[in-house]
Design a protein around this ligand. Structure first.
Ligand SMILES: *[C@@H]1O[C@H](CO)[C@@H](O)[C@H](O)[C@H]1NC(C)=O
Ligand SMILES: *[C@@H]1O[C@H](CO)[C@@H](O)[C@H](O)[C@H]1NC(C)=O
Ligand SMILES: *[C@@H]1O[C@H](CO)[C@@H](O)[C@H](O)[C@H]1NC(C)=O
Length: 431
């Protein structure tokens, strides 16, 4: 079989090895930090000068790029390398090293390894903060090749890594242990990548990636015991307004309790980077649609829902649904919206209406296993221009992703000890 070189290049893969030591946090069991949308005004990125409709367009376009890189998972399940998604949408401020050097990196629930650009730069993309110099940190410790967990070595006896993203962005460098400070919480001996050769579309505000996925090298897994496997976030709607930062909570601060909380199980699947949930269907206004699974073998006649049939991802803007189910959703929405249909001037979304007067859109409820999540219009429709209000769902083949528009104004809590995700309707601007 001829290898498709485009597909290979489009895949993101990650090769590295690591050894773990137990992590000790210097203080209490809960903390909270800001999540800054990369296009928001609070972000020092180049995008902050963009107009709302250009921001919408960029976010939607990145969403398609990301889904294209996720799509390649299926065919590569058998390969032993890990695959990571394209980079996400939110930035996190943190400090690295001793003395601590503050920087910003993309918070990504779709990848595991945390890495930043490091001196000496063989190749570095432009960043605002000074490039991290491991020689100036007293707590930086390269992981040695002789460490039995290290399988990838360079000539200077350092354990190294390579991460390649869907759009050919990449980072290459050394695996090390370093002290990381989130808010006022100091975490020692975190396994990180110190990238000496980095290239790609990461944006001027960032110095790298913070991996918040479910894989073992993820920051969440590394600090897991001290935060009891719990983190949560509350995303402020960002596309059409100037912003307060969103919040990300860890440990005791991440509990999702009280009125309106619904909870669904996380399903173990491959790759373990992703948080898989089970989607049983959606109700569009007065019409219930059942969803079974990703491939046609799971369509209506089997009548049993495939567990783990959707990924929840804070780094993808749109919600992606397998084409067949997506078409049912479109049909149901069309039947219930009376306004004038228009085409999306940006050509990215399929079902748009002229936003004159009051467009009455149907209420959409997402039925996760054991958890009915009632969405608001901010979760389901997005204004892509002054003249188009579009359904924020898109079709994908053999892939379903619950994107971040659908997650806005919900407090969403992950409990990796109980293996659950909880949703609570919340005005995130007030948090
Ligand atoms: C850091 O120190 C090492 C060993 O002394 C040296 O080879 C390297 O060039 C230094 N890096 C920088 C950025 O100064
Ligand atoms: C970090 O790990 C090193 C060995 O790798 C150990 O000597 C040191 O005590 C650890 N530091 C903390 C604070 O756990
Ligand atoms: C959330 O709270 C903010 C600030 O109080 C307010 O301006 C906004 O309208 C509220 N949003 C919703 C959806 O209630």
């Amino acid at each position: 079989m001829k290898l498709n070189t485009i597909s290979i290049a489009s895949i993101a893969f990650l090769v590295f090895s690591i050894s773990f030591t137990r992590f000790h946090a210097s203080e209490a069991a809960g903390f909270t930090i800001d999540l800054i949308h990369r296009d928001s005004l609070g972000s020092p990125s180049l995008y902050s000068v963009l107009t709302p409709s250009v921001r919408v367009k960029n976010a939607l376009q990145r969403s398609f790029n990301r889904v294209n890189s996720l799509r390649y998972y299926d065919s590569f399940k058998s390969v032993s390398t890990d695959v990571v998604s394209n980079n996400g949408e939110y930035l996190m401020r943190f400090s690295l090293g001793t003395p601590p050097v503050e920087t910003l990196a993309i918070a990504d629930t779709g990848s595991d390894l945390t890495w930043i650009q490091c001196k000496p730069c063989i190749q570095c993309f432009k960043q605002k903060a000074p490039v991290f110099d491991p020689n100036r940190s007293s707590t930086y410790k390269p992981v040695s090749c002789t460490s039995n967990a290290c399988s990838s070595c360079d000539s200077s006896n350092n354990c190294n890594y390579v991460v390649v993203y869907g759009d050919r962005s990449y980072s290459r460098g050394d695996i090390a242990k370093e002290t990381l400070t989130l808010g006022s919480t100091v975490i020692h001996n975190v396994t990180i990548g110190c990238g000496h050769s980095n290239q790609g579309t990461f944006g001027g505000g960032t110095s790298g990636i913070i991996g918040l996925g479910g894989g073992k090298v993820s920051l969440i897994k590394q600090i897991g015991s001290s935060i009891q496997g719990k983190f949560s976030y509350c995303l402020v709607p960002y596309l059409n307004e100037a912003q307060k930062p969103s919040k990300m909570n860890f440990g005791d601060n991440a509990l999702v309790l009280g009125v309106g909380v619904v909870t669904t199980p996380i399903v173990s699947s491959t790759p373990d980077t992703f948080y898989f949930l089970t989607l049983e269907g959606m109700t569009i206004g007065n019409q219930r649609l059942n969803f079974y699974g990703l491939s046609s073998s799971y369509s209506s006649d089997s009548k049993s829902v495939q567990e783990g049939n959707i990924i929840i991802d804070s780094g993808t803007t749109l919600t992606f649904l397998p084409t067949e189910f997506y078409n049912q959703v479109i049909t149901a929405v069309k039947r219930q919206v009376k306004s004038t249909q228009v085409s999306d001037p940006q050509g990215l979304l399929n079902l748009c209406y002229l936003p004159t007067g009051n467009v009455e859109v149907p209420e959409i409820t997402v039925h996760f296993k054991g958890a009915d999540v009632k969405l608001k219009s901010v979760n389901t429709f997005v204004k892509t221009s002054e003249t188009s209000l579009c359904l924020a769902f898109a079709p994908a083949s053999n892939l379903a992703i619950y994107g971040n528009l659908a997650q806005m104004n919900f407090l969403i809590g992950y409990d990796l000890e109980k293996n659950t995700v909880s949703f609570q309707p919340t005005n995130c601007s007030k948090k």
